[in-house]
Design a protein around this ligand. Structure first.
Ligand SMILES: Cc1cc2nc3c(=O)[nH]c(=O)nc-3n(C[C@H](O)[C@H](O)[C@H](O)COP(=O)(O)OP(=O)(O)OC[C@H]3O[C@@H](n4cnc5c(N)ncnc54)[C@H](O)[C@@H]3O)c2cc1C
Length: 468
C-alpha cells in the first residue's frame, strides 16, 4: 500500500482541525511516539506528525482527511503496549487520545461510569473507589495505561479470574470508524439480540477498526472484605496443580498470580526487598473478596487447607501493598537486567498450564535461554521473557529465540492455546498470526478489515498484513 507523505498542505488542514498547539511535527517531541514499551530499537519507527484531538468530532475529521488524502493513522493511548501496536510502522499520523482524559460521569445508582478514552485506568479505579464503588479492570500497568488502550487491546490483568477481561467491563463505546463516521456501539442493556455485536468486534481490534473516543464501563459495589494470601510452594508443579484445585473449589478468588523462583529473586534484587521463603519458593498470590468477615474467614481457612494439601511450605496473609509491588515490578525488574528481551504472552487452557511450563523450561535448556516467568495463573496466561545477556551476540541470540518461539507456539496451539492472552498481536507478532492462526479465521479477519477500512488507513500492518 502506498501512502501519501504528510505534506505541508495536509499538515495545514490537520492544524485547522485540532488547533496549532495540538499538531506536533518537531522531531524531539515526536520521538517518544516512535515506540511503545518494547525497548528493542529494531521495532521503533518515527511518525511524521502527532495529533492530539480534544473531541470525537476532531478525531472524526482527521480520519475523513486520511481517507481523502490516503495517509495512515495510528491511534495511541499511553504507549504502554507490549506488541508495537501503537508504533507508526509506515510513518503517518499518530493520533493520541491523551487530551481526552475526562471522567464524564460516575453513576452509583445504575453502576456505570462514562469516560473519555484517555482516562488513566488507575484514575478511574480511584474515582470509583471514592464513591464506594469498584472498577474491575486492573492491568499491572494501571498507573500509566489508558482506558481506550485497555479496550483496544482487551487488556486482562489481575482480576480476570473473577471479573473477566476489559471486554467484560465495557457497556458501550463511542467510536470513529475507519471512514471517519461517529457511532456509538453497545448499550447498557442487560441483554439484547439485535444484530451483530459490533462493540465486541471493535474491542481488542488494536486500533485497526476504529478509534475509541469514549466508553461506558460497568462499576460494581466494592466488596467490604478483602485479603491477599501468599502461598509459597517448593515446586512450580505443586503451585500450578493447586491452582486447579482452587478453581474447582468454589472459593472464587479475584486473582491467582504465579511467579517462578528465579524471577522472584530477580524482582527481590531489583526492589531490595525479600519475600518469605523466596530462596526456593514458587509463590502464588491469591486475592479473596467477601461480603462479611465470616465469609472471608471461611474462604481463608478453605484456601489454607487446599494450599497446604497441595504442598505449600508457607501460607500467610500478605501485606497487600508489598506483595503487589513485587508482582507489578515484574516488567521493570526485567528491564533493569536487559533492554533486549523477547516477550511472550502465551495463553493456554488452565489445565494445560503446567505441561506448557514444563515445555518452556525444557526449551530454555535446549536453547540455553535466560528466562523470567510470571503468570496470571488462574487464566492460563504465562508471561515468558527471554533476556539477551550482555555477552550474547544479538543475531545468534535472536536465532535461538526465534527457533524456540516456533516450537513453543506449535506446542501451545496443540494444547488449544493462542499467541497472546492480553497484550495483543500488534506489529511484533503479526508474522506469527500468518503461521499459527487458522487460515479461514485469518481470511475472515482480513475480509472484515477490508470491508470496514477500504483504504486501509487505520493502523495498517497491525495484527496481519493485507495481501494486496
Ligand atoms: C509494566 C507493564 C505491565 C503490563 N501489564 C499488563 C497486564 O497486566 N495486562 C494487560 O493486558 N496488559 C498489560 N500491559 C500492556 C499494556 O499496558 C496494555 O496493553 C494496555 O492496555 C495498553 O494501553 P495503552 O493506553 O498504553 O495503549 P497503547 O500502548 O497506546 O496502544 C495499544 C494498542 O491499542 C491501540 N489504541 C490505543 N488507544 C486506542 C484508542 N483510543 N482507540 C483505538 N485504538 C487504540 C493502539 O493503536 C495499539 O494498537 C503491561 C505493560 C507494561 C509496560
Amino acid at each position: 500500500m502506498k501512502y501519501t507523505p504528510l505534506s505541508t498542505d495536509i499538515l495545514a488542514v490537520l492544524k485547522a482541525i485540532v488547533g496549532e498547539k495540538n499538531l506536533i511535527t518537531d522531531a524531539d517531541r515526536l520521538q517518544p511516539y516512535s515506540h511503545d514499551e518494547v525497548a528493542n530499537p529494531a521495532y521503533h519507527h518515527m511518525p511524521e506528525a502527532l495529533a492530539l484531538p480534544e473531541s470525537t468530532e476532531q478525531a472524526a475529521a482527521i480520519v475523513k482527511l486520511a481517507n481523502e488524502r490516503l495517509f495512515p493513522i495510528i491511534p495511541r493511548g499511553a504507549g504502554t503496549g507490549l506488541a508495537c501496536g501503537a508504533v507508526p510502522i509506515y510513518g503517518g499520523l499518530v493520533v493520541s487520545l491523551e487530551k481526552m482524559n475526562r471522567i464524564l460521569e460516575i453513576n452509583g445508582d445504575a453502576l456505570y461510569a462514562v469516560v473519555e478514552a484517555g482516562v488513566r485506568t488507575s484514575d478511574l479505579q480511584a474515582a470509583a473507589e471514592k464513591e464506594g464503588l469498584f472498577y474491575a479492570g486492573d492491568p499491572c500497568s494501571s498507573d500509566s495505561c489508558c482506558i481506550g488502550g485497555n479496550i483496544a487491546t482487551n487488556a486482562g490483568g489481575n482480576r480476570a479470574v473473577k471479573y473477566g477481561t476489559t471486554r467484560h467491563q465495557v457497556q458501550d463505546i463511542t467510536v470513529v470508524n475507519p471512514l471517519g463516521e461517529i457511532v456509538r456501539l453497545g448499550s447498557r442493556l442487560k441483554k439484547q439480540s439485535t444484530g451483530y455485536c459490533l462493540d465486541q468486534l471493535i474491542i481488542g481490534s488494536e486500533g485497526t477498526l476504529g478509534i475509541i473516543t469514549a466508553a461506558t464501563v460497568r462499576l460494581l459495589p466494592k466488596s467490604p472484605y478483602m485479603l491477599d494470601i501468599l502461598a509459597v510452594f517448593k515446586s512450580a508443579d505443586d503451585a500450578l496443580n493447586t491452582v486447579q484445585q482452587i478453581l474447582k473449589s468454589g472459593i472464587k478468588p479475584t486473582c491467582i498470580e504465579f511467579i517462578d523462583t528465579i524471577t522472584l529473586r530477580s524482582i527481590e534484587k531489583f526492589l531490595q526487598t525479600t519475600v518469605p521463603d523466596s530462596e526456593s519458593g514458587n509463590p502464588l498470590i491469591i486475592e479473596l473478596e467477601a461480603d462479611s468477615e465470616d465469609e472471608l474467614d471461611d474462604k481463608t481457612v478453605r484456601l489454607d487447607e487446599l494450599c497446604t494439601a497441595g504442598g505449600a511450605v508457607n501460607v500467610l496473609a500478605a501485606d497487600s501493598e508489598r506483595i503487589w509491588k513485587v508482582r507489578k515490578s515484574y516488567s521493570e525488574s526485567i528491564r533493569s537486567e536487559s533492554r533486549i528481551v523477547a516477550t511472550e504472552d502465551i495463553v493456554v487452557p488452565v489445565d494445560r498450564e503446567l505441561d506448557t511450563l514444563h515445555f518452556i523450561l525444557t526449551q530454555a535448556e535446549k536453547y540455553n535461554l535466560t528466562t523470567r516467568i510470571a503468570a496470571h495463573a488462574g487464566d492460563g496466561n504465562i508471561h515468558l521473557n527471554i533476556l539477551k545477556l550482555r555477552d550474547d551476540d544479538y543475531d545468534e541470540w535472536k536465532d535461538r529465540t526465534d527457533r524456540n518461539q516456533a516450537e513453543l507456539f506449535t506446542y501451545v496451539y496443540c494444547a488449544g492455546g493462542r499467541l497472546s492472552g492480553e497484550h495483543g498481536i500488534g506489529y511484533k507478532r503479526r508474522h506469527l498470526m500468518e503461521r499459527f492462526a487458522d487460515p479461514v479465521e485469518l481470511s475472515m479477519m482480513r475480509a472484515v478489515k477490508k470491508a470496514l477500512d477500504p483504504n486501509n488507513v487505520l493502523n495498517p500492518g497491525k495484527i496481519f498484513t493485507l495481501d494486496d
